[in-house]
Write a protein that binds this ligand. Structure first.
Ligand code: NDP
Length: 253
C-alpha cells in the first residue's frame, strides 16, 4: 500500500484471532497499525487477566469468541484501552475437513459456535461502541470461498455452513445498521498460506490445485489484509453488504 499511508489514521480497531503470527489476523493488525490505527487484538491464546495498556499501537487481550461473557469482558477492556471502537474485524475461526458421514453433532456445533456465533458474540458486544463512533464505523467479517462453492478442500459441510452463515449475517447487518451509519462487509478468501492450510494438501495435490487457480498460486495473509483494509477504511465508503473475493480466481461467480 505504498503511497497511501494513514488510511486508518485515528481509528480504533478490534481484530479477533490475531495471535498466530502466520495468520490473517496478525497481518491485518500489522497493516492497520501501519495505516495509523490503534488495534486491540483478541485471541484465546492470550492469557486471561486485567486490562492491558496500548503499546506500539496495539494491545493484546484474551477472548474466546465462542463465549458471550468472554466477548463482553474483552470488548470492555478493549474500549478502555482504545477509548472507543470504530472498526471491527471478525477474523477468529477454525476449520476441519470432516466428511458428513463422520461428522458428530458436537463437532458441528463447535464449528458454528466459533465461526458464526463467535461473529455474533463480538459484534453484539461491540455494537454500542460502534454506534457511538463518530469516525465512519465499519465491520469486516471473514467468510470463505468454501461458503460459495459448496464446501472447502479442507473444510467440511459444517465449515461451509458456518461461513455461509457469516456471509448472510453480514448482509443482514448491512441492512439493519446502514441507516445507523455502520457499514458491514465480508471478505471471502480462497486458499491462503496460513497454518490452516500449510502442509495440509501434500506436494502433488498442492501443485495440482495451484494449476487449477487462474493466478497459479495460493494467496498470502497480507493479500487478504489489503482487502480487509479497503473494507475497513473510507476507501469503500459507499460499499455495504458486499463480499470481496480474495481467491486468485479459484472461484469466479
Ligand atoms: P489461523 O488458524 O492461522 O488463525 C485463526 C486464529 O483464530 C488463531 O489465532 C486461533 O487461535 C484463533 N481462534 C480460533 N478459535 C478461537 C476462539 N474461539 N476465540 C478466539 N480466537 C480463536 O487461521 P487463518 O489466519 O488462516 O484464518 C483466519 C480467518 O480466515 C478464519 O476465519 C478462517 O476461517 C478464514 N479463512 C481462511 C482461509 C485460509 O485459507 N487460511 C480461507 C478462507 C477463510 P488457535 O491458534 O488457538 O486456534
Amino acid at each position: 500500500m505504498d503511497g497511501a499511508p494513514g488510511l486508518l489514521a485515528g481509528k480504533r480497531a478490534i481484530v479477533t484471532g490475531g495471535a498466530n503470527p502466520r495468520g490473517i489476523g496478525a497481518a491485518v493488525a500489522e497493516l492497520f497499525i501501519a495505516q495509523g490505527a490503534a488495534v486491540a487484538v483478541l485471541d484465546r491464546a492470550y492469557p486471561e487477566g486485567a486490562a492491558a495498556a496500548l503499546a506500539a499501537g496495539r494491545v493484546e487481550l484474551h477472548c474466546d469468541v465462542s463465549s458471550a461473557a468472554s466477548c463482553k469482558a474483552a470488548i470492555e477492556r478493549a474500549k478502555a484501552a482504545l477509548g472507543g471502537i470504530d472498526v471491527l474485524v471478525n477474523n477468529a475461526g477454525i476449520v476441519a475437513a470432516t466428511r458428513i458421514w463422520d461428522l458428530p453433532e458436537d463437532e458441528f456445533r463447535r464449528m458454528v459456535e466459533v465461526n458464526l456465533t463467535g461473529t455474533y458474540n463480538i459484534t453484539h458486544a461491540a455494537l454500542p461502541a460502534l454506534l457511538d463512533s463518530p469516525r465512519r464505523p465499519a465491520i469486516v467479517n471473514l467468510g470463505s470461498t468454501a461458503a460459495l462453492r459448496g464446501g472447502g478442500l479442507l473444510g467440511g459441510s459444517h465449515y461451509a455452513a458456518s461461513k455461509g452463515g457469516v456471509i448472510s449475517f453480514t448482509k443482514a447487518l448491512a441492512r439493519e445498521l446502514g441507516p445507523r451509519g455502520i457499514r458491514a462487509n465480508c471478505v471471502a478468501p480462497g486458499i491462503i498460506e496460513t497454518d490452516m492450510t500449510l502442509g495440509k494438501f501434500g506436494e502433488n495435490w498442492e501443485q495440482e490445485l495451484k494449476q487449477g487457480i487462474p493466478l497459479q498460486r495460493f494467496g498470502s495473509p497480507a493479500e487478504v489484509a489489503q482487502a480487509i483494509l479497503f473494507l475497513a477504511s473510507d476507501l469503500s465508503s459507499y460499499s455495504t453488504g458486499i463480499v470481496v473475493d480474495v481467491n486468485g480466481g479459484f472461484h469466479i461467480h
